[in-house]
Design a protein around this ligand. Structure first.
Ligand code: MG
Length: 305
């Protein structure tokens, strides 16, 4: 054996080489367990993921130290302010939500009566719709709901006769009267020339719709309407006009449009009577117009906040 330092170093190197399999095994073991050991250690030390015993940070449900809104009743984001009532929406936007009153679901007219004398409504009911009786059948006339309403949201579907007869106001004419008096016109306005304030979705005798999105005769069309009833003081003075917002076939035709008064024919309407509540009335104008899926939600737009 070489006893010089150089010889000793050479011997050590030879020894290392001879032990190489052993070192490789250690290296292999390290490679095998290092990653999981490192991960476990990191998890134990890491504070970023939520620990089981630590609840996530809570957002405030409201505030008690923010400035007051105009009027001074509620603060901005006030924690004490009552939350809106929960309403379960219908399956689609055309389906009645949980707080709606269904006025016609395709089966019967028990929510309706004849306008002139209050006897049971005699319109034709078949295949899920009601229809204005044909002329000369001895039945028919305006019908109205048994229940009276003020401010409402109304959904209603209608179809003017598939078989076109007549023209202008004689073609597919009907109408929806809020409070039994404020008409939203129903007419076959598909390529049917008539005066602007009398066509489909007009505030009859006053305001034409913004546009004419009428579907073809016989096709089902939808009205989604917000009607705000007029308000009067105790002496019968008008405090607030009636207003209507209308979406016809998905298209806005009136946006918060005031009425001049209860609807008339060839007259300028005015608020000539105190009327804050009333039935919803459907017009028999002698054309077999169909209606289906009618529901209404009562709105209390003047409720205190
Ligand atoms: Mg009409």
């Amino acid at each position: 054996m070489d006893a010089t330092p150089r010889g000793q170093a050479a011997s050590a190197f030879i020894e290392l080489l001879s032990d190489l399999p052993t070192h490789a095994t250690i290296l292999h073991l390290l490679m095998k367990f290092a990653t999981p050991i490192y991960l476990a250690a990191a998890l134990a030390c890491n504070t970023a993921p939520a620990r089981a015993d630590e609840a996530p940070a809570k957002s405030p449900t409201g505030y008690t130290d923010t400035p007051f809104l105009p009027g001074g009743k509620w603060r901005v984001h006030d924690d004490a302010r009552p939350r809106p009532t929960v309403v379960t929406p219908g399956e689609t936007a055309a389906s009645a939500p949980s707080d709606a009153i269904v006025l016609f679901n395709g089966e019967g007219l028990d929510q309706w009566m004849m306008d002139k004398d209050g006897v049971p409504a005699d319109w034709v009911v078949q295949d899920g719709y009601m229809e204005v009786p044909a002329k000369g059948t001895g039945v028919g006339g305006y019908i109205r709901t048994k229940q009276e309403f003020g401010d409402v949201q109304l959904h209603l579907e209608f179809a003017t006769p598939a078989e076109v007869s007549g023209n202008s106001q004689g073609r597919g004419n009907s109408g929806i009267f809020f409070l039994g008096a404020f008409e939203l016109q129903v007419l076959d306005s598909y390529e049917n020339e008539s005066y602007a304030d009398g066509q489909l979705s007009a505030i009859y005798g006053y305001k034409p719709p913004l546009v004419n999105p009428a579907r073809k005769p016989g096709e089902w069309q939808t009205y989604d309407v917000i009607f705000e009833a007029p308000k009067f003081d105790n002496e019968g003075n008008l405090l607030k006009k009636a207003y209507i917002t209308v979406i016809l076939n998905g298209v806005v035709t009136h946006s918060h449009q005031p009425y001049l008064g209860p609807t008339g024919h060839k007259t300028v309407a005015s608020y000539d009577r105190v009327l804050e509540k009333g039935p919803i009335k459907l017009q028999d104008h002698g054309n077999p117009t169909r209606y289906r899926n009618i529901w209404v939600r009562e709105l209390n737009l003047n409720a205190p906040e």
